[in-house]
Write a protein that binds this ligand. Structure first.
Ligand SMILES: [Zn+2]
Length: 53
């Protein structure tokens, strides 16, 4: 289950944040299945430095 954090969605496996729930779900499915990150998916994650701005 992805977790909603403010207006973002967190992959509970790798803790990356996404603005779009569909990317968070894709990330989590990938993380659970392969126990690694897919760069094509994580490229859509919210950069933590963006959150400070
Ligand atoms: Zn993930």
């Amino acid at each position: 289950m992805t977790r909603k954090v403010d207006d973002l969605y967190e992959c509970e496996e790798c803790r990356l944040l996404y603005r779009d729930v569909s990317w968070a779900q894709k990330c989590e499915e990938w993380c659970k299945k392969y126990k690694s990150c897919n760069l094509e998916i994580t490229a859509h994650a919210v950069n933590k430095t963006d959150l400070i701005l």
